[in-house]
Ligand binder design. Structure first.
Ligand SMILES: Nc1ncnc2c1ncn2[C@@H]1O[C@H](COP(=O)(O)OP(=O)(O)OP(=O)(O)O)[C@@H](O)[C@H]1O
Length: 303
């Protein structure tokens, strides 16, 4: 495995009965990168992560994680937040974190000290002595997340880490992920919420129907779609639309449409020549959300 990758996978396949959950996925996650595995419900994200971690074995394909072809051999160097959350309800938050650290080989006293420190740094200091059963679901999820980081893993794998968190805690989680990356860790997380991926990920893979539909940067995904223009004519007499591209739709006090392949200039020239004028114009690249929807729909149509 090239040493600049924390993780590679080629041709991963997993079948459950008649269902081909993962149908030949390739991944290459550079070291020190925040990498998003994106996909709709049932796409195969969780199964892919579980294959990469060695929780389940593939029917076909190869994995290499932190230099090991058997991921379980390096599990002490990995942190994992599974999709099914769960901590012992009668443990106090700081003990729950320490316990997760101890499971990964960390000395108990050190794990407990780090647990308290991490809770305080995350603004959850008051929860340190609370039992898990007394915490809200979101708070318990953050405690579990801190537990997955307490042994300072080289690779952090987070399955839908944002689900179930309110916007304030989602921001906290984004900050924690960035801090882990700055520490030097590689972070691989799954999500179907594009906003987090757009803000955090240096690279993404979009999976749908068990297949990888895209791999690259967020900007490369967004560039799959044409720019969109929002144009406000100066004089709004009724026939403005006939001088605009055919897909133009009325929006607010103007129109929205895809910037045509020949550019926006001929549209502006037509409006000026015909006396409609231009009072406002903004041109934007569609977001990751739109690129995701396009790729997933194409995948569905192909299937
Ligand atoms: N243990 C299992 N037994 C049978 N089928 C399974 C099992 N695990 C997953 N599947 C099926 O494999 C497909 C992929 O599931 P997976 O959980 O990997 O998707 P996902 O992308 O994580 O979905 P979600 O976003 O809804 O969590 C689904 O059709 C699911 O029903």
């Amino acid at each position: 495995m090239p040493s600049d990758h924390a993780l590679t996978a080629t041709g991963l396949e997993k079948r459950f009965g008649h269902k081909l959950a993962v149908a030949g996925v390739d991944l290459a996650v550079p070291r020190g990168c925040i990498y998003g595995v994106l996909g709709p419900n049932g796409a195969g994200k969780t199964t892919t992560l579980r294959l990469l971690l060695g929780i389940i074995d593939p029917d076909a394909g190869e994995r290499n994680v932190l230099g090991a072809s058997r991921p379980r051999e390096v599990s002490d160097r990995i942190g994992y937040l599974p999709e099914e959350r769960g901590l012992y309800p009668s443990m106090k938050a700081r003990e729950a974190i320490a316990f997760m650290g101890a499971l990964r080989g960390l000395d108990w006293a050190e794990a407990r000290r780090r647990g308290v420190e991490m809770l305080e740094a995350a603004g959850l200091g008051t929860a340190a002595g609370e039992k898990i059963r007394a915490l809200s679901k979101g708070m318990a999820q953050l405690v579990q997340l801190l537990g997955s980081m307490v042994h300072r893993p080289e690779l952090l794998v987070l399955d839908e880490p944002f689900s179930g968190l309110d916007p304030v805690n989602q921001e906290k989680l984004e900050a924690l992920i960035l801090a882990e990356r700055d520490r030097g860790a590689t972070i691989l997380f799954s999500t179907h919420v594009m906003a987090h991926a757009q803000r955090l990920c240096e690279r993404i893979a979009i999976i749908a129907g068990g297949k990888r539909r895209f791999e690259g940067t967020v900007d490369e995904a967004r560039a799959l779609l044409p720019m969109r223009a929002h144009l406000v004519p100066r004089s709004g007499n009724g026939d403005t639309r006939s001088f605009l591209p055919a897909d133009a739709v009325a929006l607010g006090d103007g129109f929205e449409f895809e910037v045509p392949p020949e550019g926006i200039e001929p549209v502006l020239a037509r409006l000026i020549e015909t006396g409609h004028g231009v009072a406002g114009l903004s041109i934007e690249r569609p977001g990751l959300h739109e690129a995701f929807v396009k790729l997933v729909r194409e995948g569905e149509a192909e299937a």
